[in-house]
Design a binder for this molecule. Structure first.
Ligand SMILES: [Fe+2]
Ligand SMILES: [Fe+2]
Length: 198
């Protein structure tokens, strides 16, 4: 399916505000991909479709999870909205015809990050965080760093997400901690925890 067809379908599926956010994320992801020498077409598709499951309620999300063998951890059972990444990857494949695994992976993990993020994974998570429609506090620092050092920008994004969740006495997903630790290891010691183990 071509990008403009995906765009038409997505516009029908999402609330107007969420659709605008998706288009903004796509544009930011394309800019980041160009800047970091990543595939621009993949960034466009992943950016556009990253929230394609966001229109589903918890019940519908759980139904997708059980139909497609997506197992939820105890934390995820308490925070079903986090699964819009994993379910989004399913819908991107089934409804939008995306076959590129790197694109599907970026959609899957945009909500939490994870230990060994690819450049495309990083671009989508960051674009989602900094797109111009985002007005949340602390976004400025990540925005400033985004085109200077994507890893430092991501640390800033993770820090502010974790702070936000902590302030609300919320549960922090272990994949977010893992992602942050690995990127910090990379910045501080020149290798990630995973590379070190390998
Ligand atoms: Fe999302
Ligand atoms: Fe989003």
């Amino acid at each position: 399916m071509k990008l403009d067809q995906m765009d038409i379908l997505l516009k029908q599926a999402l609330k107007p505000g969420r659709y605008v956010h998706s288009v903004n994320t796509m544009k930011e992801a394309v800019r980041l991909a160009g800047h970091y020498g990543e595939d621009v077409d993949s960034a466009a598709i992943a950016g556009l479709l990253h929230d394609c499951a966001k229109n589903l309620n918890d019940e519908q999300t759980l139904e997708y999870c059980s139909n497609y063998g997506i197992n939820l951890s105890r934390l995820e059972q308490k925070q079903v909205f986090l699964m819009h990444g994993a379910v989004g990857a399913v819908i991107a494949r089934e409804k939008y015809g995306v076959e590129n695994e790197a694109v599907l992976n970026a959609i899957k993990y945009h909500t939490t990050g994870y230990g060994s993020m690819s450049m495309l994974d990083k671009i989508i998570l960051l674009a989602d965080f900094i797109e111009p429609g985002r007005k949340h506090s602390e976004v400025d620092n990540a925005r400033k760093l985004a085109y200077i050092d994507i890893n430092r920008a991501l640390i800033s994004a993770f820090d502010s997400t974790i702070r936000y969740v902590m302030n609300r006495k919320g549960l922090i997903h272990p994949s977010t901690i893992e992602a942050r630790n690995n990127i910090l290891m990379l910045i501080s010691y020149g290798h990630t925890d995973l590379e070190f183990k390998g």
